[in-house]
Design a protein. Sequence first.
Length: 106
Amino acid sequence: MSTGASAHVMSTLNDYLEQLGRWLIRWKIQVNSDKCQYVYFTRRRSTPNPPKLYRRPIPWRDETKYLGVILDNRLTYKTHVPEVRNKVSAVNKKLYYVMGKNSKLS
């Protein structure tokens, strides 16, 4: 993760990723760079060049899931709220037979 002015952010992030890549190689740890993704949180419409891990560009995404929360590039939660609503609805449908007014349970 890197924060700051847009021009400075990408150079700083690429420096960190280069150091991380060297550290991973030294300690013989493999990271699946195909599963890596980056989201550029901004109000701007343009995105800078993607950061690179192992000299391969990390694919850009509009949204990502982090600790169960779907974050989009503008932090609006437009996809997270409907997903949570669908999960709650599914659980309510399953519990209706147990807790509904026609249930034989007290």
